[in-house]
Design a protein around this ligand. Structure first.
Ligand code: NAD
Length: 473
Protein backbone atom coordinates (compact mmCIF):
# COMPACT_ATOMS: atom_id res chain seq x y z
CA UNK A 1 0.00 0.00 0.00
CA UNK A 2 1.38 3.44 -0.89
CA UNK A 3 1.95 5.74 2.07
CA UNK A 4 -0.38 8.71 2.34
CA UNK A 5 1.44 12.05 2.46
CA UNK A 6 0.07 13.56 5.67
CA UNK A 7 1.78 16.91 5.31
CA UNK A 8 0.48 18.42 2.10
CA UNK A 9 -3.21 18.82 1.60
CA UNK A 10 -3.96 21.38 -1.08
CA UNK A 11 -7.24 22.55 -2.49
CA UNK A 12 -7.51 22.15 -6.26
CA UNK A 13 -9.11 25.01 -8.16
CA UNK A 14 -8.92 25.11 -11.96
CA UNK A 15 -6.67 22.05 -11.96
CA UNK A 16 -3.98 23.76 -9.86
CA UNK A 17 -3.20 23.92 -6.13
CA UNK A 18 -4.88 26.99 -4.67
CA UNK A 19 -2.65 29.15 -2.51
CA UNK A 20 -4.38 30.37 0.62
CA UNK A 21 -2.77 32.19 3.51
CA UNK A 22 -4.65 30.46 6.31
CA UNK A 23 -5.27 26.86 7.24
CA UNK A 24 -6.85 24.86 10.05
CA UNK A 25 -5.95 21.70 11.92
CA UNK A 26 -7.71 18.39 11.41
CA UNK A 27 -7.50 16.07 14.42
CA UNK A 28 -7.38 12.29 14.63
CA UNK A 29 -10.37 11.39 16.84
CA UNK A 30 -8.58 8.28 18.14
CA UNK A 31 -5.59 10.21 19.50
CA UNK A 32 -6.50 13.92 19.51
CA UNK A 33 -3.32 14.57 17.50
CA UNK A 34 -3.17 16.68 14.37
CA UNK A 35 -3.45 14.64 11.16
CA UNK A 36 -2.92 17.48 8.73
CA UNK A 37 -4.02 20.97 7.85
CA UNK A 38 -6.64 22.12 5.35
CA UNK A 39 -6.87 25.50 3.61
CA UNK A 40 -9.20 27.90 5.42
CA UNK A 41 -10.96 29.53 2.51
CA UNK A 42 -13.49 32.31 2.22
CA UNK A 43 -15.69 34.03 -0.34
CA UNK A 44 -12.85 34.99 -2.72
CA UNK A 45 -11.70 31.37 -3.09
CA UNK A 46 -15.27 30.16 -3.49
CA UNK A 47 -15.88 32.73 -6.23
CA UNK A 48 -12.68 31.63 -7.96
CA UNK A 49 -13.72 27.96 -7.80
CA UNK A 50 -17.23 28.67 -9.12
CA UNK A 51 -15.85 30.88 -11.85
CA UNK A 52 -13.43 28.23 -13.21
CA UNK A 53 -16.17 25.57 -12.93
CA UNK A 54 -18.50 27.82 -14.90
CA UNK A 55 -15.85 28.39 -17.56
CA UNK A 56 -15.10 24.66 -17.78
CA UNK A 57 -18.79 23.83 -18.17
CA UNK A 58 -18.96 25.07 -21.79
CA UNK A 59 -16.53 22.52 -23.21
CA UNK A 60 -17.22 19.75 -20.66
CA UNK A 61 -20.97 19.73 -21.35
CA UNK A 62 -20.50 19.94 -25.13
CA UNK A 63 -18.82 16.52 -25.28
CA UNK A 64 -20.38 13.43 -26.77
CA UNK A 65 -21.95 11.15 -24.18
CA UNK A 66 -19.33 8.48 -24.85
CA UNK A 67 -16.55 10.97 -24.01
CA UNK A 68 -18.20 11.83 -20.67
CA UNK A 69 -18.49 8.12 -19.96
CA UNK A 70 -14.83 7.53 -20.79
CA UNK A 71 -13.80 10.39 -18.50
CA UNK A 72 -15.87 8.95 -15.64
CA UNK A 73 -14.26 5.54 -16.23
CA UNK A 74 -10.83 7.18 -15.96
CA UNK A 75 -11.86 8.88 -12.68
CA UNK A 76 -13.08 5.53 -11.32
CA UNK A 77 -9.78 3.88 -12.20
CA UNK A 78 -7.86 6.67 -10.44
CA UNK A 79 -9.85 6.24 -7.23
CA UNK A 80 -9.23 2.51 -7.35
CA UNK A 81 -5.51 3.06 -7.95
CA UNK A 82 -5.33 5.23 -4.80
CA UNK A 83 -7.74 3.15 -2.67
CA UNK A 84 -5.20 2.25 0.02
CA UNK A 85 -3.98 5.82 0.44
CA UNK A 86 -7.51 7.24 0.62
CA UNK A 87 -8.56 4.61 3.18
CA UNK A 88 -5.64 5.55 5.40
CA UNK A 89 -6.53 9.26 5.30
CA UNK A 90 -10.17 8.46 6.10
CA UNK A 91 -9.18 6.39 9.12
CA UNK A 92 -6.84 9.07 10.40
CA UNK A 93 -9.30 11.95 10.12
CA UNK A 94 -12.66 10.17 10.54
CA UNK A 95 -11.70 7.50 13.07
CA UNK A 96 -13.36 4.47 11.45
CA UNK A 97 -11.11 1.42 11.30
CA UNK A 98 -9.25 0.41 8.16
CA UNK A 99 -10.76 -3.00 8.72
CA UNK A 100 -14.33 -4.37 8.78
CA UNK A 101 -17.06 -2.03 7.54
CA UNK A 102 -14.50 0.77 7.83
CA UNK A 103 -12.42 2.91 5.52
CA UNK A 104 -11.27 0.22 3.06
CA UNK A 105 -14.91 -0.79 2.73
CA UNK A 106 -15.87 2.87 2.23
CA UNK A 107 -13.37 3.34 -0.59
CA UNK A 108 -14.41 0.01 -2.11
CA UNK A 109 -17.97 1.33 -2.09
CA UNK A 110 -16.85 4.58 -3.69
CA UNK A 111 -15.17 2.64 -6.53
CA UNK A 112 -18.26 0.45 -7.00
CA UNK A 113 -20.58 3.47 -7.11
CA UNK A 114 -18.30 5.40 -9.46
CA UNK A 115 -18.08 2.41 -11.81
CA UNK A 116 -21.80 1.78 -11.79
CA UNK A 117 -22.65 5.46 -12.32
CA UNK A 118 -20.20 5.58 -15.24
CA UNK A 119 -22.21 2.83 -16.94
CA UNK A 120 -25.56 4.60 -16.56
CA UNK A 121 -27.07 6.76 -19.28
CA UNK A 122 -30.14 8.87 -19.86
CA UNK A 123 -30.80 8.57 -23.60
CA UNK A 124 -33.20 10.90 -25.40
CA UNK A 125 -36.78 9.63 -25.53
CA UNK A 126 -39.25 10.00 -28.35
CA UNK A 127 -42.57 10.80 -26.67
CA UNK A 128 -44.56 11.00 -29.84
CA UNK A 129 -43.86 10.32 -33.53
CA UNK A 130 -46.94 10.47 -35.75
CA UNK A 131 -48.67 12.62 -38.30
CA UNK A 132 -49.24 15.32 -35.65
CA UNK A 133 -45.50 15.61 -35.17
CA UNK A 134 -42.48 14.28 -33.31
CA UNK A 135 -41.70 15.16 -29.69
CA UNK A 136 -38.29 14.35 -28.24
CA UNK A 137 -37.25 14.61 -24.58
CA UNK A 138 -33.62 15.20 -23.78
CA UNK A 139 -31.84 15.76 -20.49
CA UNK A 140 -29.55 18.78 -20.23
CA UNK A 141 -26.83 19.36 -17.64
CA UNK A 142 -27.47 22.18 -15.19
CA UNK A 143 -24.12 23.99 -15.00
CA UNK A 144 -22.05 24.19 -11.83
CA UNK A 145 -23.13 21.71 -9.14
CA UNK A 146 -22.24 22.56 -5.54
CA UNK A 147 -21.68 19.48 -3.38
CA UNK A 148 -21.76 19.81 0.42
CA UNK A 149 -20.81 16.68 2.37
CA UNK A 150 -20.86 15.49 6.02
CA UNK A 151 -18.13 13.86 8.12
CA UNK A 152 -19.37 10.27 8.37
CA UNK A 153 -18.46 8.85 4.93
CA UNK A 154 -16.35 11.65 3.42
CA UNK A 155 -15.08 9.87 0.30
CA UNK A 156 -18.09 7.72 -0.51
CA UNK A 157 -20.56 10.61 -0.23
CA UNK A 158 -18.32 12.92 -2.28
CA UNK A 159 -18.28 10.25 -5.00
CA UNK A 160 -22.07 9.90 -4.75
CA UNK A 161 -22.30 13.63 -5.50
CA UNK A 162 -19.49 14.14 -8.00
CA UNK A 163 -19.78 11.17 -10.36
CA UNK A 164 -23.42 11.63 -11.41
CA UNK A 165 -22.76 15.36 -11.87
CA UNK A 166 -19.82 14.66 -14.19
CA UNK A 167 -21.57 11.81 -15.99
CA UNK A 168 -24.40 14.16 -17.01
CA UNK A 169 -22.09 16.96 -18.17
CA UNK A 170 -21.98 19.26 -15.15
CA UNK A 171 -18.93 20.70 -13.45
CA UNK A 172 -18.46 20.64 -9.67
CA UNK A 173 -17.35 22.57 -6.62
CA UNK A 174 -17.26 20.23 -3.62
CA UNK A 175 -17.06 21.34 0.01
CA UNK A 176 -16.33 18.69 2.63
CA UNK A 177 -17.11 18.95 6.35
CA UNK A 178 -14.49 20.86 8.38
CA UNK A 179 -14.15 17.69 10.49
CA UNK A 180 -12.99 15.51 7.56
CA UNK A 181 -11.68 17.66 4.69
CA UNK A 182 -8.39 15.89 4.00
CA UNK A 183 -9.59 12.79 2.16
CA UNK A 184 -11.74 14.98 -0.12
CA UNK A 185 -8.82 17.31 -0.86
CA UNK A 186 -6.77 14.29 -1.92
CA UNK A 187 -9.69 12.72 -3.83
CA UNK A 188 -10.14 15.85 -5.93
CA UNK A 189 -6.40 16.11 -6.53
CA UNK A 190 -6.43 12.52 -7.81
CA UNK A 191 -9.46 13.13 -10.03
CA UNK A 192 -7.74 16.14 -11.54
CA UNK A 193 -4.95 13.91 -12.84
CA UNK A 194 -7.41 12.72 -15.51
CA UNK A 195 -9.89 15.60 -15.83
CA UNK A 196 -9.61 18.91 -17.67
CA UNK A 197 -8.90 21.90 -15.36
CA UNK A 198 -11.95 23.37 -13.63
CA UNK A 199 -14.24 20.36 -14.00
CA UNK A 200 -13.93 19.33 -10.33
CA UNK A 201 -12.79 21.84 -7.71
CA UNK A 202 -12.71 21.74 -3.93
CA UNK A 203 -12.98 24.41 -1.25
CA UNK A 204 -12.47 23.88 2.48
CA UNK A 205 -13.01 26.06 5.52
CA UNK A 206 -13.52 25.76 9.25
CA UNK A 207 -17.04 27.29 9.18
CA UNK A 208 -16.00 29.91 11.78
CA UNK A 209 -15.31 33.30 10.21
CA UNK A 210 -16.98 32.34 6.94
CA UNK A 211 -19.55 29.65 6.16
CA UNK A 212 -18.70 28.25 2.73
CA UNK A 213 -21.80 26.01 2.61
CA UNK A 214 -24.14 28.93 3.23
CA UNK A 215 -22.36 30.99 0.56
CA UNK A 216 -22.60 28.11 -1.92
CA UNK A 217 -26.34 27.74 -1.28
CA UNK A 218 -26.87 31.38 -2.21
CA UNK A 219 -24.26 31.63 -5.00
CA UNK A 220 -25.77 32.97 -8.24
CA UNK A 221 -23.51 30.85 -10.47
CA UNK A 222 -24.23 27.51 -8.78
CA UNK A 223 -27.21 25.83 -10.44
CA UNK A 224 -27.76 22.95 -8.03
CA UNK A 225 -26.81 21.98 -4.51
CA UNK A 226 -26.51 18.33 -3.60
CA UNK A 227 -26.36 18.31 0.18
CA UNK A 228 -25.91 15.46 2.64
CA UNK A 229 -26.09 16.39 6.29
CA UNK A 230 -28.41 17.27 9.13
CA UNK A 231 -32.05 18.28 8.77
CA UNK A 232 -31.46 21.70 10.31
CA UNK A 233 -28.67 22.60 7.88
CA UNK A 234 -30.63 21.12 4.96
CA UNK A 235 -33.48 23.46 5.77
CA UNK A 236 -31.06 26.40 5.74
CA UNK A 237 -29.78 25.31 2.34
CA UNK A 238 -33.31 25.11 1.00
CA UNK A 239 -34.16 28.60 2.27
CA UNK A 240 -31.11 30.25 0.80
CA UNK A 241 -31.43 28.36 -2.51
CA UNK A 242 -34.84 29.92 -3.16
CA UNK A 243 -33.62 33.24 -4.54
CA UNK A 244 -31.63 31.60 -7.32
CA UNK A 245 -34.15 28.75 -7.86
CA UNK A 246 -31.43 26.15 -7.42
CA UNK A 247 -32.16 22.52 -8.02
CA UNK A 248 -31.75 20.60 -4.79
CA UNK A 249 -31.07 17.10 -3.65
CA UNK A 250 -31.20 16.99 0.15
CA UNK A 251 -30.17 13.77 1.90
CA UNK A 252 -30.82 14.54 5.53
CA UNK A 253 -31.00 12.89 8.90
CA UNK A 254 -32.89 9.76 9.82
CA UNK A 255 -34.28 8.13 12.92
CA UNK A 256 -34.85 4.70 11.40
CA UNK A 257 -36.97 2.19 13.29
CA UNK A 258 -36.53 -1.57 13.22
CA UNK A 259 -39.52 -3.74 14.14
CA UNK A 260 -38.92 -7.33 15.29
CA UNK A 261 -42.08 -9.39 14.73
CA UNK A 262 -42.99 -12.20 17.18
CA UNK A 263 -41.90 -14.99 14.83
CA UNK A 264 -38.31 -13.78 14.32
CA UNK A 265 -35.40 -16.02 15.32
CA UNK A 266 -33.31 -14.04 17.87
CA UNK A 267 -30.06 -15.93 17.24
CA UNK A 268 -30.42 -15.62 13.46
CA UNK A 269 -31.02 -11.85 13.46
CA UNK A 270 -28.59 -10.70 16.17
CA UNK A 271 -25.66 -9.99 13.84
CA UNK A 272 -27.86 -8.12 11.34
CA UNK A 273 -29.45 -6.08 14.11
CA UNK A 274 -26.04 -5.14 15.50
CA UNK A 275 -24.58 -3.97 12.19
CA UNK A 276 -27.84 -2.31 11.20
CA UNK A 277 -27.48 -0.09 14.26
CA UNK A 278 -23.73 0.17 14.87
CA UNK A 279 -22.24 0.45 11.36
CA UNK A 280 -19.68 3.28 11.48
CA UNK A 281 -20.45 3.54 15.21
CA UNK A 282 -24.04 4.51 14.46
CA UNK A 283 -22.79 7.59 12.60
CA UNK A 284 -24.72 6.58 9.51
CA UNK A 285 -27.77 8.30 8.09
CA UNK A 286 -29.67 5.07 7.49
CA UNK A 287 -28.54 3.21 10.61
CA UNK A 288 -31.22 1.64 12.77
CA UNK A 289 -31.68 4.20 15.53
CA UNK A 290 -34.58 2.64 17.50
CA UNK A 291 -35.55 -1.00 17.84
CA UNK A 292 -39.10 -2.18 18.61
CA UNK A 293 -39.19 -5.78 19.83
CA UNK A 294 -42.27 -7.92 20.45
CA UNK A 295 -42.89 -8.76 24.08
CA UNK A 296 -42.84 -12.53 23.45
CA UNK A 297 -39.20 -12.57 22.29
CA UNK A 298 -37.96 -9.28 23.78
CA UNK A 299 -35.59 -10.82 26.32
CA UNK A 300 -34.21 -13.40 23.90
CA UNK A 301 -33.51 -10.73 21.24
CA UNK A 302 -31.82 -8.47 23.80
CA UNK A 303 -29.66 -11.36 25.05
CA UNK A 304 -28.61 -12.42 21.53
CA UNK A 305 -27.82 -8.83 20.48
CA UNK A 306 -25.78 -8.13 23.61
CA UNK A 307 -23.89 -11.42 23.22
CA UNK A 308 -22.93 -10.51 19.64
CA UNK A 309 -21.99 -6.93 20.61
CA UNK A 310 -19.64 -8.12 23.38
CA UNK A 311 -17.36 -9.65 20.74
CA UNK A 312 -16.76 -6.36 18.90
CA UNK A 313 -13.29 -4.87 19.30
CA UNK A 314 -13.28 -1.08 19.74
CA UNK A 315 -9.98 0.76 19.29
CA UNK A 316 -7.72 2.98 17.19
CA UNK A 317 -8.78 2.46 13.58
CA UNK A 318 -5.18 2.04 12.39
CA UNK A 319 -4.99 -1.24 14.36
CA UNK A 320 -6.10 -4.17 12.22
CA UNK A 321 -7.91 -5.72 15.21
CA UNK A 322 -10.27 -2.73 15.62
CA UNK A 323 -13.77 -3.20 14.25
CA UNK A 324 -15.22 0.06 15.59
CA UNK A 325 -13.36 3.29 16.30
CA UNK A 326 -14.07 6.46 18.30
CA UNK A 327 -16.91 8.94 17.78
CA UNK A 328 -15.71 11.39 15.15
CA UNK A 329 -15.87 14.69 17.03
CA UNK A 330 -16.43 16.26 20.43
CA UNK A 331 -19.80 17.78 19.57
CA UNK A 332 -21.20 14.40 18.56
CA UNK A 333 -19.58 12.67 21.55
CA UNK A 334 -21.24 15.16 23.91
CA UNK A 335 -24.60 14.66 22.22
CA UNK A 336 -24.40 10.87 22.54
CA UNK A 337 -23.20 11.16 26.17
CA UNK A 338 -26.12 13.40 27.09
CA UNK A 339 -28.68 11.14 25.43
CA UNK A 340 -27.23 8.07 27.16
CA UNK A 341 -27.16 9.80 30.56
CA UNK A 342 -30.81 10.74 30.15
CA UNK A 343 -31.78 7.24 28.95
CA UNK A 344 -30.00 5.57 31.89
CA UNK A 345 -32.47 7.26 34.23
CA UNK A 346 -35.42 5.92 32.23
CA UNK A 347 -34.45 2.44 31.08
CA UNK A 348 -32.10 -0.47 31.79
CA UNK A 349 -28.54 -0.49 30.45
CA UNK A 350 -27.85 -3.88 28.87
CA UNK A 351 -24.41 -3.01 27.52
CA UNK A 352 -21.98 -0.08 27.71
CA UNK A 353 -23.40 3.18 28.98
CA UNK A 354 -20.18 4.80 30.21
CA UNK A 355 -17.92 6.95 28.02
CA UNK A 356 -14.41 5.62 27.40
CA UNK A 357 -11.12 7.47 26.94
CA UNK A 358 -11.03 10.55 24.71
CA UNK A 359 -13.74 10.24 22.07
CA UNK A 360 -14.23 6.50 22.53
CA UNK A 361 -17.73 5.39 23.53
CA UNK A 362 -18.47 1.65 23.76
CA UNK A 363 -21.48 0.10 21.97
CA UNK A 364 -24.39 0.87 24.27
CA UNK A 365 -27.76 -0.89 24.36
CA UNK A 366 -30.53 0.41 26.61
CA UNK A 367 -33.89 -1.37 26.97
CA UNK A 368 -37.09 -0.28 28.71
CA UNK A 369 -37.40 2.96 26.73
CA UNK A 370 -40.39 4.37 24.92
CA UNK A 371 -41.38 7.06 22.45
CA UNK A 372 -41.06 10.41 24.20
CA UNK A 373 -37.62 9.50 25.63
CA UNK A 374 -34.93 11.61 23.99
CA UNK A 375 -32.78 8.63 22.91
CA UNK A 376 -35.81 7.28 21.02
CA UNK A 377 -37.12 10.55 19.57
CA UNK A 378 -33.85 12.22 18.54
CA UNK A 379 -31.23 11.18 16.03
CA UNK A 380 -28.37 10.03 18.28
CA UNK A 381 -25.95 9.46 15.38
CA UNK A 382 -23.71 7.41 17.62
CA UNK A 383 -23.19 3.98 19.24
CA UNK A 384 -26.27 3.90 21.51
CA UNK A 385 -29.34 1.86 20.60
CA UNK A 386 -32.67 2.21 22.45
CA UNK A 387 -34.92 -0.86 22.64
CA UNK A 388 -38.68 -0.44 23.00
CA UNK A 389 -40.90 -3.36 23.99
CA UNK A 390 -44.28 -3.67 22.27
CA UNK A 391 -47.14 -6.15 22.39
CA UNK A 392 -49.28 -5.20 19.40
CA UNK A 393 -47.89 -4.92 15.86
CA UNK A 394 -50.32 -2.10 15.03
CA UNK A 395 -48.88 -0.17 17.96
CA UNK A 396 -45.31 -0.81 16.77
CA UNK A 397 -46.15 0.53 13.30
CA UNK A 398 -47.75 3.62 14.81
CA UNK A 399 -44.74 4.27 17.07
CA UNK A 400 -42.27 3.71 14.22
CA UNK A 401 -44.11 6.24 12.05
CA UNK A 402 -44.42 8.75 14.87
CA UNK A 403 -41.33 10.71 13.78
CA UNK A 404 -40.67 13.76 11.61
CA UNK A 405 -38.02 11.67 9.79
CA UNK A 406 -38.59 9.05 7.15
CA UNK A 407 -35.28 7.79 5.77
CA UNK A 408 -35.29 4.00 6.27
CA UNK A 409 -36.86 1.25 8.33
CA UNK A 410 -36.67 -2.51 8.77
CA UNK A 411 -38.87 -5.47 9.65
CA UNK A 412 -37.43 -8.68 11.12
CA UNK A 413 -39.42 -11.89 10.73
CA UNK A 414 -39.27 -15.49 9.56
CA UNK A 415 -42.34 -14.83 7.42
CA UNK A 416 -41.32 -12.64 4.46
CA UNK A 417 -44.90 -12.02 3.32
CA UNK A 418 -45.93 -10.82 6.80
CA UNK A 419 -42.81 -8.63 6.96
CA UNK A 420 -43.56 -7.11 3.55
CA UNK A 421 -47.08 -6.24 4.65
CA UNK A 422 -45.65 -4.29 7.60
CA UNK A 423 -42.92 -2.78 5.39
CA UNK A 424 -45.51 -1.24 3.08
CA UNK A 425 -47.02 0.63 6.00
CA UNK A 426 -43.80 2.31 7.18
CA UNK A 427 -43.48 5.98 6.25
CA UNK A 428 -39.92 5.95 4.89
CA UNK A 429 -37.99 5.82 1.64
CA UNK A 430 -36.34 2.39 2.04
CA UNK A 431 -37.48 -0.64 4.02
CA UNK A 432 -35.29 -3.69 4.52
CA UNK A 433 -36.42 -7.12 5.65
CA UNK A 434 -34.09 -9.00 8.01
CA UNK A 435 -31.35 -6.42 7.43
CA UNK A 436 -31.01 -2.66 7.76
CA UNK A 437 -29.25 0.08 5.82
CA UNK A 438 -28.06 -1.94 2.82
CA UNK A 439 -27.83 0.42 -0.14
CA UNK A 440 -26.90 -0.29 -3.76
CA UNK A 441 -25.87 1.88 -6.71
CA UNK A 442 -28.68 0.47 -8.86
CA UNK A 443 -31.42 1.32 -6.35
CA UNK A 444 -32.67 4.88 -5.71
CA UNK A 445 -32.13 6.05 -2.14
CA UNK A 446 -33.74 9.01 -0.42
CA UNK A 447 -35.91 10.09 2.46
CA UNK A 448 -39.50 11.16 2.85
CA UNK A 449 -40.85 13.76 5.30
CA UNK A 450 -38.06 15.74 7.01
CA UNK A 451 -35.37 13.31 5.79
CA UNK A 452 -34.99 15.10 2.52
CA UNK A 453 -35.97 15.79 -1.03
CA UNK A 454 -35.00 13.78 -4.08
CA UNK A 455 -33.03 10.58 -4.46
CA UNK A 456 -29.51 9.48 -5.26
CA UNK A 457 -28.31 6.44 -7.29
CA UNK A 458 -29.64 4.65 -10.35
CA UNK A 459 -31.24 6.47 -13.30
CA UNK A 460 -33.61 8.31 -10.95
CA UNK A 461 -30.67 9.79 -9.06
CA UNK A 462 -28.78 10.64 -12.23
CA UNK A 463 -31.79 12.49 -13.63
CA UNK A 464 -31.60 14.93 -10.71
CA UNK A 465 -28.45 16.41 -12.24
CA UNK A 466 -30.38 17.44 -15.37
CA UNK A 467 -33.24 19.60 -16.57
CA UNK A 468 -35.69 18.27 -19.13
CA UNK A 469 -35.95 19.85 -22.55
CA UNK A 470 -38.63 18.78 -25.01
CA UNK A 471 -38.41 19.59 -28.70
CA UNK A 472 -41.59 19.61 -30.80
CA UNK A 473 -40.93 19.11 -34.53
P1 NAD B 1 -24.15 19.11 9.17
O1 NAD B 1 -25.50 19.49 8.65
O2 NAD B 1 -23.69 19.69 10.45
O3 NAD B 1 -23.03 19.47 8.09
C1 NAD B 1 -23.11 19.02 6.76
C2 NAD B 1 -22.34 19.97 5.87
O4 NAD B 1 -23.01 21.24 5.82
C3 NAD B 1 -20.91 20.26 6.30
O5 NAD B 1 -20.08 20.26 5.16
C4 NAD B 1 -21.03 21.67 6.89
O6 NAD B 1 -19.82 22.36 6.84
C5 NAD B 1 -22.05 22.27 5.98
N1 NAD B 1 -22.74 23.47 6.49
C6 NAD B 1 -22.69 24.01 7.74
N2 NAD B 1 -23.49 25.11 7.81
C7 NAD B 1 -24.05 25.26 6.59
C8 NAD B 1 -24.98 26.18 6.04
N3 NAD B 1 -25.52 27.18 6.76
N4 NAD B 1 -25.35 26.03 4.75
C9 NAD B 1 -24.85 25.01 4.00
N5 NAD B 1 -23.97 24.11 4.47
C10 NAD B 1 -23.57 24.22 5.75
O7 NAD B 1 -24.17 17.51 9.23
P2 NAD B 1 -23.02 16.55 9.79
O8 NAD B 1 -23.04 16.63 11.28
O9 NAD B 1 -21.76 16.78 9.05
O10 NAD B 1 -23.59 15.12 9.34
C11 NAD B 1 -24.44 14.35 10.11
C12 NAD B 1 -25.87 14.41 9.58
O11 NAD B 1 -25.89 14.03 8.21
C13 NAD B 1 -26.80 13.43 10.27
O12 NAD B 1 -28.03 14.05 10.54
C14 NAD B 1 -26.98 12.33 9.24
O13 NAD B 1 -28.16 11.59 9.41
C15 NAD B 1 -26.94 13.10 7.98
N6 NAD B 1 -26.62 12.23 6.84
C16 NAD B 1 -27.59 11.95 5.92
C17 NAD B 1 -27.32 11.08 4.87
C18 NAD B 1 -28.38 10.74 3.87
O14 NAD B 1 -28.03 10.23 2.81
N7 NAD B 1 -29.65 11.00 4.11
C19 NAD B 1 -26.05 10.52 4.74
C20 NAD B 1 -25.08 10.83 5.69
C21 NAD B 1 -25.37 11.70 6.74
Amino acid sequence: MEEADMTEFKATIGGKPAHVGADFAVLNPATGKEVGRAPNMGGAELDAAVSVAKAAFASWSAQEDAALQAACAAVTAKIEEHAGELAEIITLEQGKPLNGLGSRWEVGGAVAWAGYTTGLSLPARVLQDNEQGRVELTRKPLGVVGSITPWNFPVMIAVWHILPALRTGNTVVVKPSPHTPLSTLRLVEIMNEVLPPGVVNVVTGDDRAFNLGAAMSAHPDISKIVFTGSCATGQRVMRSAADTMKRLTLELGGNDAGIVLPDADPAAIAEGLFWGAFINNGQTCAAMKRLYVHDSIHDAVCAALVAYARGIEVGDGMEEASILGPIQNRMQFDKVSQLVTDAKGRGKVLLGGEPGEGLFFPPTIIAGLRNGDALVDEEQFGPALPIIRYSDVEEAIRLANDSPNGLGGSVWSSDIAAAKAVAGRLACGSVWINKHGAIQPNVPFGGVKASGIGVEFAEEGLAEYTDIQVVFA
